[in-house]
Design a protein around this ligand. Structure first.
Ligand code: SF4
Ligand code: SF4
Ligand code: SF4
Length: 295
């Protein structure tokens, strides 16, 4: 279990705990530590800022920022007093942090969420100029009065039922989108995302090898070499470079120290040779949640 499960899930998956979706969290006053980092008094204030500065530009195709982190931190501190990378990571975990989850767990989250709103993806607009790409699913957006507060956005926000949402997620999974869950002042859960290489956090963390933005999944995958035919069709699907091909053996191998456990490679395997196992069952990967520390 990742550290959020220990701190916010009593040793179970934190994102499946109903209390982390509770309305009470939205309006409770933040602690002085949280306020110092985030510079707002409540989560609802934080979410309104986020909506205004990240979601609204995506909806209206008005992105002015290039290469900004997704859900940019609200801190206004000047650069010469910016914290160290270690402190930044601690702060990001307090403010806004993600975790990869496979389709099975994404569906469980959808079952828990009492309201799901599909909306435009800010990362794809910022990084690829793609307009109205609707891969971002806000949770409880309508329940906190967002539609009234941002009437210009209301027509492009699609409130979906659970079955429709799951159907869309399964389609995205087949297409190779990785699913991520994000907090808004941890542990409050604010959204489920379907991301590719245009995700700002993926770019910053994985492509540019910057500070961590999300945990690996509670799983890793493995290939059954008795079944694998070595077709290699699963290799390009992996956004984390976890797969290698052995020409000598004619099989694909997964490096457990690189696998983030997204599970999207499974859909490419016509032979059902790839399965997910709980991360703790892997001696090599059990305690790897953030950067690969082995290289
Ligand atoms: S996290 Fe993913 S779905 Fe959400 S805005 Fe970024 S790329 Fe889009
Ligand atoms: S897609 Fe399946 S059969 Fe093909 S290389 Fe990958 S694991 Fe092996
Ligand atoms: S090998 Fe691991 S990280 Fe790569 S696609 Fe498969 S589950 Fe995801």
């Amino acid at each position: 279990m990742c550290e959020f499960c220990t701190k916010h899930g009593e040793g179970k998956k934190w994102y499946l705990q109903i209390e982390n979706y509770a309305d009470e969290l939205l309006y409770e006053e933040l602690s002085s530590r949280q306020k110092d980092i985030i510079e707002v008094k409540t989560r609802v204030e934080y979410l309104n800022n986020l909506f205004e500065n990240f979601v609204m530009p995506a909806i209206s195709n008005l992105s002015t920022e290039k290469d900004e982190p997704q859900h940019a931190p609200t801190s206004t501190k000047p650069e010469d007093v910016l914290p160290s990378e270690e402190t930044s990571l601690i702060n990001r975990k307090i403010e806004h942090f993600g975790q990869i989850l496979p389709i099975e767990d994404a569906e469980e989250v959808i079952n828990i969420a009492s309201s799901i709103t599909r909306m435009a993806c800010g990362c794809r607009l910022i990084n690829a100029g793609k307009k109205d790409e609707r891969y971002h699913f806000g949770l409880m957006v309508d329940r906190r009065g967002t539609f009234d507060k941002f009437p210009d956005a209301a027509s492009s926000l699609e409130v979906l039922d659970k079955e429709k949402t799951k159907e869309i997620f399964r389609r995205y999974d087949e297409d190779g989108m990785i699913h991520m869950i994000w907090t808004a002042v941890t542990p409050y859960v604010m959204c489920l995302c379907n991301c590719d290489r245009d995700c700002s956090n993926y770019k910053k963390y994985i492509q540019k090898r910057g500070g961590p933005r999300f945990f690996r999944a509670e799983y890793i995958c493995k290939v059954d070499w008795n079944i694998c035919k070595g077709c290699r069709s699963c290799m390009s699907r992996c956004q984390f470079g976890a797969k290698t091909y052995s020409a000598a053996l004619g099989k694909v191998f997964i490096d457990p120290t690189r696998c983030f456990g997204c599970g999207v490679c499974r859909a490419t395997c016509q032979n059902d040779a790839i399965t997910l196992i709980p991360r703790h069952e892997s001696t090599e990967a059990a305690n790897i949640w953030l950067k690969d520390t082995t290289r």
